[in-house]
Write a protein that binds this ligand. Structure first.
Ligand SMILES: [Ca+2]
Ligand SMILES: [Ca+2]
Length: 591
């Protein structure tokens, strides 16, 4: 009698949001649905991936993407047999099952194995996917997740809600929930919540009422962190945090971090890496360099200090295979947007090296080996910039860089030049009269005058604005407005003018001013003013379902008031065209 429970659809606006938040490659694997042939073909990872593609293993996490089929019990058994270390099934996007009978068997097996289930940031489960999630011994979730339920139909039944409650067809589900310790009220609620053709996204209070999750995800879990992301003991012992960027050939480009690196610093490094690897129409394709990074198992290693990094590379980390294609970055040189270092860079004795170090990884282990013609062009322009003194490193540095030859046969000189030119392009040195290693192009106007070939090079590869979502530090002060527009009175705005999408974190009552881009902006749990400024598709994002907010217009501004405490607060919006909730995006003209 078992039928299928399945439903999932994305609207266009979520495609844009997911692209900004996770990058295009992760977007693909997150964009599934029973009618899409995509989710069976997308997970073609390397050795860590099961051949059938439902699970991708990262240390003790198994990341699940796609529809549940009649093979689910077999897939689960294969997963734990081949990966006995797996403790948690991360349900990134599981839209439903095509075989409920096998799905419920798999759930009982999952519980028997004592596995946990996790709904990561942006995670979505619906229908049969929810049934499997409930089998987790411990079930935890990020805040911005979707849990969809509905009734079932089939085997001559138009809708389960039309059957009497003592009908035998209900029994397998009731027995299943009972075995898992879930109250049978949940089953009756699901078949009334929406018919089989529709879906009901559970509100925050419904998720609490029916015990969907047993606890919230911790900060580290939110960053998809595992202490055993790699099988190499040296890495396991050193790094407590892990995340990754998915390459164009669907392999992980690793980001490891020690305890002292904050989750937002990791998020920034990931956003910068994703930006470098995002395809933009009309510009250099990133597919080949991204695939090369994936093939190389490229790794960014985030340490507290340069001394820690040096000790690690001279020690056991240097012996690992991952270190062969590794790049380090220190917590002391990652300035999260809105943090003190970011806001007051001219007054502190440090600089934000995120763009530089992540670029070194992308170029050295992706671009240079995969795009030889482009790499040769970079070398030529670097030599020219050095000769005509638009770039002025010390002779000592030049000597040192020219003595270092990498795996691609290039010296360090061109890597250092490209970083200087990219930092100039994205305004990182806009407050100063000289950039990295004396690079004169501290803004695009000067870059055009002093280093036109360098400017043209960058504009052929990367877009004018950062394409990914940047988090703003929880320290950004209450009452202050984070500006994405250039303002001579705001030193940091030489850089922030090139951002497109930002989200406030923490709980301060701080504000955001967008720019001429179509911005995607998100407040924090405080009361925020969010201004999209120019642009005809500025989006304000909210964590919950539309039904959980009171929305009204007052004095020409939209007020959006969250009914769930400590989540989105009371935000006031101007020049915003779209409100994006976790279940739907709404044009303000339709409110
Ligand atoms: Ca805008
Ligand atoms: Ca808010």
């Amino acid at each position: 009698m078992m039928t299928s429970k399945n439903q999932y659809l994305y609207s266009g606006i979520y495609t844009a949001i997911l692209a900004a938040t996770f990058g295009a490659s992760l977007l693909l694997s997150a964009c599934g649905g029973s009618s899409s042939s995509g989710n069976k073909n997308q997970n073609t990872n390397g050795s860590q991936q099961q051949s059938d593609g439902l699970f991708a293993v990262r240390g003790d996490w198994a990341i699940m993407n796609g529809e549940i089929t009649s093979k689910i019990v077999e897939q689960l058994n294969t997963l734990v047999k081949n990966n006995p270390q797996v403790k948690t099934i991360v349900m990134a996007n599981v839209p439903g099952s095509s075989d409920d009978e096998m799905n419920l068997k798999a759930g009982l097996r999952l519980r028997e194995l004592g596995l946990n289930t996790y709904l990561p940031p942006g995670g979505e489960i619906a229908s049969g996917g929810v049934d499997l999630f409930l089998a987790g011994k411990e079930r935890f979730a990020a805040q911005d997740v979707l849990v969809g339920v509905h009734s079932w139909a089939g085997d001559g039944v138009s809708d389960a809600s039309t059957l009497p409650r003592d009908h035998a067809f209900h029994k397998p589900y009731l027995d299943y929930y009972k075995a898992l310790g879930i109250n049978e009220d949940f089953y009756w609620y699901t078949i009334e919540a929406a018919n089989a053709e529709n879906i009901h996204w559970m509100t925050a209070s419904e998720r609490v009422q029916y015990g969907i999750v047993t606890r919230a995800a911790s900060n580290k879990e939110l960053n998809m962190i595992a202490s055993t992301a790699s099988s190499e003991a040296a890495i396991n012992g050193m790094f407590s945090q892990y995340t990754w960027v998915t390459s164009s050939n669907n392999k992980p480009i690793h980001i490891f971090a020690v305890d002292q690196v904050s989750p937002l610093q990791m998020a920034k490094a990931r956003a910068v890496m994703t930006h470098y690897l995002t395809n933009v129409e009309g510009l250099q394709s990133k597919n080949a360099m991204s695939a090369k990074l994936g093939d190389n198992q490229a790794s960014l290693f985030m340490f507290a200090t340069p001394e820690d990094s040096e000790a690690a590379f001279e020690g056991s980390l240097g012996q690992t295979t991952l270190a062969q294609h590794g790049q380090d970055l220190y917590a002391s040189e990652v300035f999260v947007e809105g943090s003190n270092g970011y806001l007051n860079r001219s007054t502190i004795d440090a600089r934000d090296a995120t763009y530089e170090e992540v670029l070194h990884l992308v170029q050295g282990h992706g671009l240079a080996p995969a795009e030889r013609t482009l790499q040769e062009r970079i070398v030529t322009i670097a030599n020219q910039a050095l000769a005509d003194k638009s770039w002025n490193p010390s002779q000592e540095d030049v000597n040192e860089w020219q003595a270092e030859t990498d795996q691609n046969g290039y010296t360090s000189l061109n890597y250092e030049y490209l970083a200087a030119a990219v930092e100039g392009f994205y305004g990182i040195w806009g407050y100063s009269d000289a950039g990295l290693d004396g690079y004169l192009g501290t803004n695009r106007t000067v870059q055009q005058q002093k280093d036109p070939a360098g400017l043209a090079l960058i504009q052929d590869i990367w877009p004018s604005h950062i394409t990914t979502m940047m988090p703003i530090s929880a320290d950004f002060a209450a009452g202050a407005t984070f500006s994405l527009q250039y303002d001579a009175g705001l030193e940091y705005s030489s850089q922030s003018q090139y951002l497109s999408h930002v989200r406030l974190t923490g709980s301060n009552d701080s504000h955001i001013l967008g720019n001429g881009q179509n911005n995607i902006l998100q407040g924090n749990s405080g009361d925020n003013r969010i201004d999209g400024a120019a642009g005809d598709q500025d989006v304000a994002m909210f964590a919950g379902l539309k039904s959980e907010y009171q929305i009204y217009q007052q004095d020409g501004a939209w007020h959006v008031v969250d009914s769930v405490a400590d989540r989105d607060g009371h935000d006031v919006l101007s020049n915003i065209e779209v409100l994006a909730f976790s279940d739907q995006a709404v044009d303000v003209n339709d409110l």
